[in-house]
Design a protein around this ligand. Structure first.
Ligand code: CA
Length: 324
């Protein structure tokens, strides 16, 4: 073999080694890039992750939320996401006026209850402001319809905060004994028990203020410990509390996520799927993205042995796939 050929093969091999990893490593975050998405909520059902988000449609330079509806995506591997389109809009609720704010869907006895926050019309039930409704379906992707025909929570039902958007951001949880809970709130965290039918409150509304609480609570239970994760401060970080019971008392545990890239809000959702834990949030990292043009991302989440949560690193490359 002559020297020239050996050098050529050597150069070709070095180039191959340099190029191959960049071909194989594809950025996953944000996980949806053809539309702007915000306020993730994830549901694990039958070997699939369903992701419920609001859509941001504000034009560049428009600094108000323009959120015409809620979208659903699904994935079996946390990497490839299938769009199920717009599955619910404020117009799905006759009592609602606009603004597809944060929402979460949960399954009970084969039915899917999607709790949403939205602007209420000024009518006999409410003078307006943000309210919480619930839609129901037989499948995780719908079709969904208003389960009650009116709001479950109106602004007037909580008065500890005086602003009209303090009843944002529902999160829902069913304990091992079957008791369901709804948590929500902006400025203070509110909670109430839900009846087994999931469409009526089962007792009074309680309010409290976890340390640094702003909005966007996410409640779940893991290995016997209850977690209340929420958006804190402004610009928002994600912080959390734990408790021995869903009804508290809650103990502050610290920071999970620093402020997100190019967005003054962010929003948590946490699931376990196929033996790994995952953490959803939003940022403004897409080209032309921003605080009103947000994008949902996902990262692996890691716990310490005592159940505390390790701080999440926000990455472009995204998650490690679960084993099949
Ligand atoms: Ca209120």
């Amino acid at each position: 073999m002559n020297l020239r050929r050996t050098v050529s093969i050597g150069i070709a091999l070095v180039l191959l080694i340099l190029i191959l990893p960049s071909v194989n490593i594809k950025a996953q975050n944000p996980i949806i890039t053809n539309v702007f998405t915000a306020d993730p909520a994830a549901l694990v059902y039958k070997n699939t992750v369903y992701l419920y988000v609001g859509q941001d449609t504000a034009h560049v330079g428009v600094n108000t939320y323009q959120m015409p509806g809620w979208l659903i995506y699904s994935s079996k591997d946390m990497v490839n996401w299938k769009s199920h389109g717009t599955c619910l809009t404020p117009g799905s609720f006759l009592w609602a006026s606009r603004a597809a704010n944060a929402a979460q869907c949960i399954e009970r006895n084969g039915k899917f209850y999607w709790y949403i926050s939205v602007m209420h019309k000024n009518n006999a039930d409410s003078k307006g402001g943000v309210a919480i409704g619930v839609a129901v379906a037989d499948k995780p992707t719908g079709p969904f319809k208003d389960a009650i025909g009116k709001a479950l929570i109106t602004n007037e039902m909580t008065t500890d905060m005086k602003h009209s958007w303090d009843d944002l951001d529902p999160t829902v949880f069913i304990d091992d004994n079957g008791q369901a809970y709804l948590f929500w709130g902006n400025g203070s965290c509110k909670w109430a028990k839900l009846k087994k039918n999931m469409i009526e409150l089962d007792g009074p509304i309680h309010t409290f203020k976890p340390k640094n609480f702003t909005e966007a609570p996410w409640i779940y239970k893991r290995k016997g410990l209850y977690y209340l994760v929420y958006a804190a401060n402004m610009p928002e970080t994600i912080e959390y509390c734990t408790a021995e019971k869903a009804e508290g008392p809650w103990t502050y545990r610290g920071l999970i996520q620093s402020t997100s890239e190019n967005s003054f809000t962010t929003h948590p959702a946490i699931i376990d799927f196929k033996g790994k834990s995952y953490y959803f949030y939003h940022n403004g990292a897409l080209p032309t993205g921003g605080g009103y043009r947000r994008s949902v991302c996902v990262e692996n989440l890691y716990y310490n042995e005592d159940g505390t949560i390790k701080k999440v690193e926000q990455t472009k490359k995204g998650v490690i796939r679960p084993a099949k």
